[in-house]
Design a protein. Structure first.
Lengths: 342, 343
């Protein structure tokens, strides 16, 4: 099994830092969960800029292109799943596909992704007027892409079984004024929902009973995270116009909560696999019941029944294997993440 | 006269990395190739305009010569790099290759595109105008030309690796000035293995590579990367004022001969890339982060949400009102009638 997770968001929102911190944290493992790159060089490629960040106290240079790497997620050294991690330059969102190769690839990646992680700067969301925060986080552009490639096709019945896990990572949460941190970030969540209302509204509508889609197909959640930890970065310049606020690192970074959004994305996509298997099992059950009810058919189709039983057994075994993995990955993350739709 | 076009790839506050100026034959995919490869340079601040990374190779229908360095501008506190240079159609490849030593010596002028486009913050993408450049050539006076003779023989199977300093630059310039190479040399000077690998994925194979970590010049097998021969670094001229390893690229041009002997050698150890800021100790509050929520409030997985939804749908099914018909009561009544008993 291989999943594709695409990380994107506006320029300067913290995608690269988030990726570096996540891969650093998960390289040695958290709570038995660990990420392994497909080869040693790939890991080095991510660890080097993280080392430069920690020791040199300098933010990584802005991403200029697209980066895709393959990793394996392990639990107690047992493989859970392979996943493809795709990271983008923020500007790929705001450019028409015919003007940039990255933009064209981003469109394709979104279509192919099992899960997407949207990275947005919590400080911008909190401190700038909502309409400016929308533009600076590119939330409207993000909704536009998701709507075109994931929401609309499903509503039109083209990908009815599809769905996607949506995770909103609110970076730079350490720099937030206290009122946004109070009551477990209640104010921040409120403003983030306003800024990302396009996505929030879609998920909300889709969950209504009148929706043509099955309401559980779009698991979506958010979480504030910090790459540096509370009090370890200070605002150097406040943002104005196109310029975002800048920060100075004043102490060694200690990432906070960076792994939960990732585990939520992977855990829910594993759960989607289990969901499909459960539906297969239900279907097999129904077919068996129908066959069993007719004695003559049962005699005539004994072989088919045997095959169905074998298939059902196999599905059940796969589900049994999957269950502890889902528990390991999603169990903790789902207790930390907060719903996109309250 | 050779026809050249300009290339400028950078970002401003408003627009992310974009080819603001590019030769007509350079496609989006070509721009992406350069961007993805140079994205592997983590520490762009080590690359200055005076001593930038230098790349020369053919991409699609264009031969390019460009530099990569830190512009000094910042976005959200991060350094913004600039990739700028010139390109010529493949039909000019020979002229272009002959001019490279001259262009290299005058890189600060000929590759300087950013200064000619006006206010970078208001820039929008435009196609490059075609300019005419007189044919240039230059001889490079290198003390020891043995490595060039060697490279002429080895090139097919080996690459020349040089350090990213003035010694390495002299070796690069010397090789570029050699007219006997059967085809123009492709080079990446001031780079790392990830950049080289990314370009290789697009079929760009360099002949001369100057990596940040290289301390000695040598030949390496193209196939295995193993060292196959040593190369002496140029002689030191102590009379030079500026003997820093990354002193500005400036080469004296006397009577058409560029003297590159007057370059200092690479000094031991790479420059200090980082000068950690002086930090006042501060009182750190306890590490923050969002709180875990009680089990009853945790996010549901898809299957849990489906089960909950199905359970709620079943609960919503209108329950038929209780029937007043009680078969036992009727039965009791019949028995009473038959036995003649009364309540």
């Amino acid at each position: 099994m291989s999943l594709k997770v695409t990380l994107f968001g506006g320029t300067g929102q913290g995608k690269t830092c988030y990726t570096l911190a996540l891969l650093y944290m998960m390289a040695t493992g958290i709570e038995g969960l660990r990420i392994e790159a497909e080869d040693a060089d790939t890991a080095t490629k991510y660890l080097n800029p993280w080392r430069d960040f920690v020791i040199g106290r300098k933010w990584p240079a802005p991403t200029m292109g697209r980066r895709e790497d393959v990793f394996t997620l392990l639990f107690d050294d047992q493989k859970i799943t392979d996943f493809r991690w795709v990271d983008y330059q923020g500007g790929a969102i705001n450019v028409p596909a015919d003007e940039s190769d990255e933009a064209a690839q981003l469109h394709a990646d979104i279509q192919e992704s099992n899960a997407i992680i949207i990275v947005a700067d919590a400080y911008t969301i909190a401190m700038r007027p909502a309409i400016e925060a929308e533009m600076l986080t590119s939330s409207t552009y993000i909704y536009n892409l998701l709507n075109n490639y994931k929401f609309k096709p499903n509503l039109a019945g083209e990908g009815i079984g599809g769905g996607i896990t949506i995770v909103l990572v609110l970076t730079k949460a350490d720099a937030l004024p206290e009122e946004y941190k109070a009551h477990n970030y209640e104010e921040l969540y409120k403003k983030a929902r306003q800024v990302f209302r396009g996505v929030v509204d879609f998920v909300e509508k889709e969950r209504r009973k009148t929706s043509s889609l099955r309401p559980w197909l779009y698991p979506s959640a958010m979480l504030p995270v910090s790459i540096v930890g509370d009090g370890r970065a200070q605002v150097a310049t406040e943002g104005e116009g196109y310029a975002l606020a800048s920060f100075n690192l004043v102490a060694a970074p200690e990432p906070v909560d960076v792994h939960y959004p990732f585990l939520y994305a992977i855990g829910n996509e594993l759960d989607r696999t289990a969901l499909v298997l459960e539906e297969q099992a239900d279907d097999l059950e129904q077919r068996l019941e129908k066959m069993s009810s007719n004695v003559l058919k049962r005699i005539l189709r004994g072989r088919s029944i045997k095959e169905l039983h074998a298939e059902r057994r196999q599905v059940a075994e796969t589900l049994k294997e999957l269950e502890p993995q889902i528990q390991a990955v999603a169990g903790v993350a789902n207790k930390k993440m907060r719903p996109l739709v309250p | 006269m050779m026809q050249i076009e300009s290339f400028l790839f950078t970002r401003n506050q408003r627009q992310d990395f974009t080819a603001f100026v590019r030769p007509a034959a350079i496609s989006n995919r070509d721009v992406s190739t350069i961007a993805n490869a140079l994205n592997a340079i983590n520490d762009v601040e080590r690359l200055t305009r005076a001593f930038p990374s230098l790349y020369g190779f053919a991409l699609s229908e264009t031969v390019l010569f460009f530099r990569h360095y830190d512009s000094g501008r910042r976005h959200a506190g991060r350094p913004i790099s600039v990739v700028e240079g010139i390109g010529a159609r493949m039909t000019w490849a020979r002229h272009f290759a002959r001019a490279l030593p001259y262009l290299l010596a005058h890189q600060d002028d000929v590759l300087n595109i950013a200064d000619g486009v006006g206010d970078i913050e208001t820039l929008t993408p435009t196609p490059s105008p075609v300019r005419e450049m007189p044919d240039r050539s230059a001889a490079i006076d290198v003390d020891d030309t043995a490595y060039i003779e060697d490279f002429l023989v080895r090139r097919q199977a080996e690459r020349l690796h040089v350090p990213f300093d003035r010694g390495g630059l002299i070796l690069l310039a010397g090789a570029l000035a050699e007219p006997r190479f059967a085809s123009p040399l492709a080079f990446a000077f001031g780079t790392n293995g990830d950049v080289i690998a990314a370009f290789a994925a697009r079929g760009i194979d360099f002949d001369i590579i100057g990596t940040f970590n290289a301390e000695q010049a040598c030949f390496r097998s193209r196939e295995t990367g193993q060292k196959t021969g040593a190369v002496n670094l140029p002689v030191i001229d102590e009379s030079l004022d500026d003997t820093r390893p990354n002193a500005p690229i400036r080469i004296e041009d006397t009577s058409g001969v560029m003297s590159m002997r007057a370059q200092p050698p690479r000094v031991q150890a790479s420059p200090a890339f980082y000068t950690p800021p002086q930090i006042e100790p501060i009182e750190l509050p306890p590490s923050g982060g969002a709180a875990f929520v009680p089990e009853s409030e945790r996010m549901l997985t898809m299957r849990e949400a489906r089960r909950q939804s199905q359970a709620s749908s079943q609960a919503d099914v209108p329950v038929e009102p209780h029937s007043t018909f009680d078969p036992f009561a009727v039965l009791r009544r019949i028995v009473r009638l038959l036995t003649g008993k009364r309540d």
